[in-house]
Design a protein around this ligand. Structure first.
Ligand code: 5AD
Ligand code: SF4
Length: 459
């Protein structure tokens, strides 16, 4: 009998991709996806623990599911991903209605874990992290009769997909839980990545985003080719960029400490590589960067940005910033604000520092009070929004290539090569996945507007 499952995904794009993999493996084991949590026989929470807030959301949803399970005892509940990894057994002690806890290296066999829980008539907790872990091959089956061909509803469109190239992290930034939740850095086999992209592109996918916590160190910690010959991240990019009919290639995320000139050159040399780069800086103060164990100075960061912009003047640069790291003074924060003025990021993701279990910064003195963190965050975001608007305004009147994602009420939601969301008016019907040139007519802080066809009205 086919059972139905519902997946709720928290956190990063890596988790989005993991949820697709879970959906695929469930599809191969007589489960079908439902979009209504109340209809599901199985609910999976794919969780994030990067900040305390993300974890609290998971806990409150689990509280809600406890009530549903009281009325529907046959409901199965699985907690997967980073909170599962972090909490392990503690999770079933606190939440006895949970049937399966699947850590980050155990998401590939949820159906088996569920069967084991059933057999032993009690929760199954799988959270062992192995240092010699090899990411399993998980090539999407996109055939028309395959249960897995039903979209996992995670992507905006089926024309743009994520492909995981590595997992884990060896950097140990002092605030970050990822080395504990995702384990040691493991790069995926090159041939598996190529095959996966190949299958996706042959099934009509036009845009691929390669994912990893620190893609620049791809291939540096384990062998990725069958004969043991090395392959660096720029070499991987070159191979993937050369796959026939792949129109757009992106990647995320990079650590500035490993950013090579060879990689920056790819933006000049590989036509399908989109001019967009996410380069988390975290702070503008060298003293804070040192306490964060980031292993670069702000002078080095600015130098890298200059080189990058030399190779690719149109590149859109985004970053991540943490405000209120332990010991951050007003003077340190002023340096982060000054960095905004000198680099002028196109956009940024900014967060209040959050203590995470097991991290080195947990024990650091001089925690910044909540009101101060909130004030710094809002000052930072206000200035970033102004800069984003100023930068976006420069696109007005220009022609840009966009890919259609979906139709919103009167406009089409599209994405430019620069990764800007562009809302496009068009008299002609546009198909999702279609790539067209549009004229930018209006700029906002977080998106652009454009017209497809003749006589754009520019505001
Ligand atoms: N507190 C606040 N922000 C954090 N990030 C990672 N760990 C923490 C933390 N403990 C932010 C960083 C990272 C992004 C994914 O999340 O900016 O780049
Ligand atoms: Fe969250 Fe990091 Fe885990 Fe992604 S890898 S889900 S951002 S904790």
């Amino acid at each position: 009998m086919t059972r139905s499952f519902y997946i709720k995904t928290f956190g990063c794009q890596m988790n989005d991709r993991d949820s697709e993999i879970m959906a695929q493996s469930l599809g191969e084991h007589d489960y079908a996806e439902t979009l209504q949590v109340d209809d599901a026989d199985l609910v999976i929470l794919n969780t994030c623990s990067i900040r305390a807030k993300a974890e609290q959301k998971v806990m409150s949803l689990l509280g809600y599911l406890r009530k549903i399970k009281q009325k529907k005892p046959e409901l199965k509940i699985c907690v997967a991903g980073c909170v599962a990894q972090q909490e392990g057994k503690r999770l079933v002690e606190k939440m006895p209605h949970v049937d399966v806890v699947a850590g980050t290296q155990h998401i590939y066999h949820i159906p088996q874990l569920l069967a084991e829980a059933q057999r032993q008539n009690g929760p199954r907790v799988a959270v062992e992290l192995s240092d010699s872990y090899a990411i399993p091959r998980f090539i999407p089956d996109t055939g028309p009769s395959s249960p897995a061909s039903a979209p996992a509803t995670l992507q905006e469109t089926e024309f743009s997909r994520f492909v995981t190239i590595m997992q884990g992290c060896n950097n140990y930034c002092t605030y970050c839980v990822v080395p504990y939740t995702r384990g040691r850095e493991v790069s995926r086999n090159l041939k598996d990545i190529e095959d996966e992209v190949d299958v996706l592109v042959k099934s009509g996918v036009r845009e691929i985003t390669l994912l990893g916590q620190n893609v620049n160190s791809y291939g540096s910690t384990n062998a990725v080719t069958d004969d043991g010959s090395p392959c660096s991240f720029p070499q991987l990019l070159e191979r993937i960029a050369g796959i026939d009919n792949l129109q757009r290639l992106r990647f995320t995320t990079s650590n500035p400490k490993d950013l090579s000139e060879e990689l920056m050159r790819c933006f000049r040399d590989l036509p399908s590589l989109c001019p967009q780069f996410h380069l988390p800086v975290q702070s503008g103060s060298n003293a804070v960067l040192k306490k964060m164990n980031r292993k670069y100075s702000i002078e080095k960061y600015k130098y890298l940005v200059d080189v990058l912009r030399n190779y690719c003047p149109e590149i859109v640069l985004t970053t991540d910033v943490i405000v209120g790291f332990p010991g951050e003074t007003e003077e340190d924060f002023a340096q982060t604000m000054a960095l905004l003025e000198s680099v002028r990021f196109d956009g940024s993701f900014s967060f209040k520092y959050s203590d995470r279990p097991g991290t080195a910064s947990l024990a650091l003195p001089d925690k910044v009070p909540e009101e101060q963190k909130a004030s710094r965050l809002s000052r930072f975001q206000r200035r970033q929004d102004e800069i984003s608007l100023e930068r976006n305004t420069m696109y007005i009147g220009e022609m840009h290539e966009v890919m259609v994602e979906k139709r919103d009420t009167e406009k089409y939601r599209c994405r430019a090569r620069t990764n800007h969301v562009v809302h496009v008016r068009s008299e002609e019907y546009l198909e999702p996945g279609q790539i067209v040139d549009v004229t930018i007519t209006h700029a906002g802080q977080h998106s652009l507007q454009a017209q497809y066809g003749s006589n754009p009205i520019i505001s």
